[in-house]
Design a binder for this molecule. Structure first.
Ligand SMILES: [Zn+2]
Ligand SMILES: [Zn+2]
Length: 307
């Protein structure tokens, strides 16, 4: 099970962008920030943390550093970084419907902007995430993972813990103040727990089997995911508990699918080992954002986020 999860482009995407500051910097870059001082001003981030994140994001290919004009360098999204627009739009939608958009006290850079306009038809929209083959909305209940036979070799080449370790620096209290979605995607084990739940894990021993972690770690994760409102527990067979995905957790499915599509495209050489079948139509899922008003597919260039 853990091999299946680690083989996913989503796991690689999370290793790369699953950090609250990286996500905030990406969002700010999409809003047009390019200079060190733009990011500092918009995000209220310390000089040292910003400098470390920008360097890493350049090394990893998310940003390109341009010092050609002399003076201060500019940081621009690379093609690979720009292709994250779908992940960020789906996160925007989740925050708007279920997260910081509902909280008056949310840290201002984390509040979603008010309006997303589809320029082609001029409507303010909440996009849909649909299968290109059958146009049905993507749902966790209609999909199943498909692992390629060569996946074992690919998994053996993974080195995720060291990739994650490079971002580790936030103190516990900083972490606890993060918006819920960032606490989910900023922590690989929280993501794996949720992925196990999406694949049917319900009981303590299901999670233990799926993740091969010790009882204390599973117990911590279950408490954290309940506190964050992603899992709910109910009594089952006497003393035992059964854990269920909350509606907020079910709504993160499209974000994870989009991360997988991005990760499969950019973070593997050759074919990615894990894809998802869409049971509604039988095709390998290829999901896209579309406009609920005019039904046309969305692209980065025909969207406008504003307050
Ligand atoms: Zn389909
Ligand atoms: Zn439209």
């Amino acid at each position: 099970m853990i091999a299946v999860l680690a083989a996913s482009g989503a796991a690689r995407a999370i290793a790369l962008i699953g950090d609250a500051w990286v996500l905030r910097i990406l969002r700010s870059a999409f809003r047009g920030s390019t200079r060190f001082s733009d990011f500092m001003q918009e995000l209220g981030i310390s000089r040292a943390v910003l400098s470390q994140r920008l360097d890493l994001m350049c090394t990893q290919g998310l940003l390109e550093r341009d010092a050609s004009a002399g003076g201060h360098p500019r940081y621009r999204l690379s093609e690979m970084g720009l292709e994250l627009w779908g992940v960020l739009i789906l996160m925007w939608l989740w925050e708007r419907q279920r997260g910081t958009g509902l909280q008056d006290h949310a840290h201002s850079p984390d509040r979603p902007r008010n309006r997303l306009v589809h320029r082609d038809c001029g409507s303010a929209i909440e996009p849909r995430y649909v299968c290109v083959h059958c146009s049905q909305a993507v749902s966790p209940f209609e999909t199943e993972p498909v692992l390629r036979p060569s996946a074992g070799d690919a998994v053996a080449g993974l080195d995720l813990p060291s990739e994650r370790a490079r971002y580790r620096q936030s103190s516990r209290s900083d972490r606890e103040n993060l918006p819920r979605l960032m606490r989910l995607y900023g922590d690989r084990w929280n993501c794996f727990m949720l992925a196990a739940a999406f694949q049917g894990a319900r009981t303590f021993s299901d999670f233990q089997r799926a993740l091969a972690l010790g009882p204390a770690q599973i117990s911590d994760r279950l408490s954290e995911l309940q506190a964050l409102g992603f899992l709910s527990a109910r009594a089952y067979a006497g003393q035992r508990q059964e854990y269920r995905l909350s509606p907020d957790a079910l709504a993160t499915f499209s974000i994870t699918v989009e991360m997988m599509q991005w990760g499969n495209r950019w973070l593997w050489r050759g074919q990615a080992p894990l894809t998802v079948r869409h049971n509604s139509c039988g095709h390998i899922l290829h999901a896209v954002l579309d406009c609920p008003h005019c039904c046309k597919p969305l692209s980065r260039r025909n969207l406008l986020l504003s307050d």
